[in-house]
Design a protein around this ligand. Structure first.
Ligand code: GLY
Ligand code: MN
Ligand code: MN
Length: 432
């Protein structure tokens, strides 16, 4: 907190209160909840999995020595609620189990806040994230920040400070990310071996989810993309209602969440076990770009610099394949490349799949960060001005890469990506 006041001249530096609300239950339809997912910053700061709680981080050095406290406000006991939903954590348990300094029923929040926050208090709260929990945003805005007695004048955003910390993983977090990547890798291998022509994309996605959960993952990190043939050119194809036909490639982009930490992998493989010559030409261009970009992951690099290199490497490969004219210079080349490679080469990975979005992709990579490297080439059969021979091919290869002191470590390399190794693995599938 004192560090925050140094970087924000508007704060007094004496009395600070940060407010971090949890998520609430979202509903699919009347009385039917979606699986609960905690607000990630709240989970990072508390480890607390129940909905409808609020964390206050209170720092007060007005009376001399600084006094820092984590105070959690939880839902009061409610036997009717527990009849339907099971036990939930009480205030006393929040102190014992989650190491809070204090915990109370949420009814006590307004009076506690008034007591902790003097007139010159700096409040750290992200007002713009209202969609998570409308009731709480109303409570915080009306009962805390704009109560009858006063309105808070010093209001600062907390989120980017939390993301600056979250982006560098501790050794315990690296262990969890390694486990998440390993579960998803094993699940990928099982799923690739399971797929057959005439199978539905839904079945392939379900197989991946099953293989993750049977290895201890609580959930998939995001709805898997399973896209055969030309559907692989729809970047976020989630419906999975298609059937995989003989001769097609299947692109699967999937990951799991293990104790709050995500993995994010993509592989593209031929359902009948062998790449065609044209499929292999494009596959090798993407693979070569993936390999070159992974080599660039090291302290001092940045995701944007790696992306720039990816565009040039993939651009030259497309020139060699006759997709882009040889005479184009660098600027025109990058412009052309974006028609076939329209997304970024990577993002930070952690508790969220697209982790710590407040951290710029220009930030210098440091040991303890985890990033994805995920080049792709997409030749939708609707695309103009390109050779017909590649139309309908969509390929992405994605791995999770830890930045280390000496360079990097690929957490997902167990999943074959070399086309010959993939074909060997496919040829050893049991006959079904
Ligand atoms: N699965 C989302 C992504 O690769 O960014
Ligand atoms: Mn992905
Ligand atoms: Mn990704």
């Amino acid at each position: 907190m004192n560090k925050l006041s140094q970087t924000h001249p508007g704060t007094t530096g004496k009395n600070h209160v940060a407010i971090v609300p949890s998520a609430t239950t979202q509903y699919l339809s009347q009385d039917v909840p979606y699986t609960f997912r905690q607000n990630t910053d709240f989970l990072y700061l508390t480890g607390f999995h129940n909905p409808d709680a609020i964390l206050l981080l209170v720092s007060d050095s007005a009376k001399g020595l600084p006094d820092h406290k984590a105070v959690l406000f939880v839902q009061p006991q409610d036997s009717q609620w527990e009849l339907w939903n099971g036990p939930r954590c009480r205030a006393d348990d929040a102190v014992l189990i989650f190491g809070m300094d204090e915990a109370y029923s949420i009814d006590e929040l307004p009076s506690y806040f008034r007591k902790s926050c003097d007139n010159s208090c700096s409040v750290w709260f992200d007002q713009s994230l209202q969609t998570n929990h409308l009731d709480f945003y109303e409570l915080i805005n009306e009962k805390l920040l704009l109560s009858n007695e006063r309105s808070i004048k010093n209001l600062f955003s907390l989120r980017h400070h939390v993301h600056d910390v979250r982006v560098i993983k501790t050794s315990d977090e690296i262990e969890l990310m390694t486990k998440s990547a390993s579960i998803a890798s094993e699940a990928f291998i099982e799923t690739i071996r399971h797929g057959r022509s005439d199978m539905s994309e839904l079945e392939i996605g379900a197989k991946f989810e099953y293989e993750c959960k049977r290895r201890g993952a609580e959930r998939v990190a995001y709805p898997p993309v399973v896209a055969a043939g030309n559907r692989a050119n729809i970047l976020h194809y989630l419906t999975k209602t298609g059937i995989v036909c003989d001769g097609e490639l299947v692109l699967m982009d999937a990951g799991c969440e293990f104790h709050g930490y995500a993995s994010d992998i993509t592989r593209t493989w031929p359902i009948n076990g062998a790449f065609s010559k044209l499929q292999r030409e494009i596959y090798e261009a993407v693979l070569m770009t993936r390999d070159a970009c992974i080599q660039l992951v090291k302290p001092g690099a940045s995701l944007n610099a790696i992306h720039h290199s990816a565009e040039m490497i993939i651009g030259r490969a497309l020139q060699d394949l006759g997709v882009i004219k040889k005479e184009f210079g660098d600027v025109r080349l990058r412009n052309e490349v974006s028609r076939f490679f329209p997304h970024h080469v990577g993002h930070y990975l952690g508790m969220d799949t697209h982790d710590t979005p407040q951290v710029s992709r220009n930030a210098t990579l440091q040991p303890g960060m985890v990033v994805t490297i995920e080049p792709g080439l997409y030749f939708s059969n609707k695309l103009a001005n390109m050779p017909d021979r590649y139309k309908g091919i969509g390929i992405r290869i994605e791995d999770d890469v830890l930045v280390t002191e000496s360079g990097h470590k690929v957490l997902t390399e167990r999943v074959p990506s070399d086309p010959t190794r993939l074909e060997e693995m496919l040829s050893s599938r049991p006959t079904s």
